[in-house]
Design a protein around this ligand. Structure first.
Ligand SMILES: [Zn+2]
Length: 70
């Protein structure tokens, strides 16, 4: 039995112009840098927030990523 040719559409790749992507990429980059700062350097003299709350909150991630700690 011959199958009828079923027309199927080809998937069209989604194109995102750089002009639309750039602000989000910049936002994600700044967010990532802030996160790396808080995980890696928010301690002691570099501390933005007084106390150990931020340091303790990200402490496991700090060790996981290999930042020097204690
Ligand atoms: Zn530690």
């Amino acid at each position: 039995m011959a199958q009828a040719a079923v027309p199927h559409s080809q998937p069209v790749p989604l194109r995102i112009p750089v002009r639309e992507l750039l602000p989000w990429a910049l936002f994600a980059g700044v967010l990532a840098l802030a996160l790396v700062y808080f995980v890696g350097a928010e301690q002691g003299a570099l501390s933005l927030f007084p106390g150990n709350a931020v340091h303790e909150f990200v402490h496991d991630g700090r060790h996981l990523l290999g930042f020097p700690c204690h």
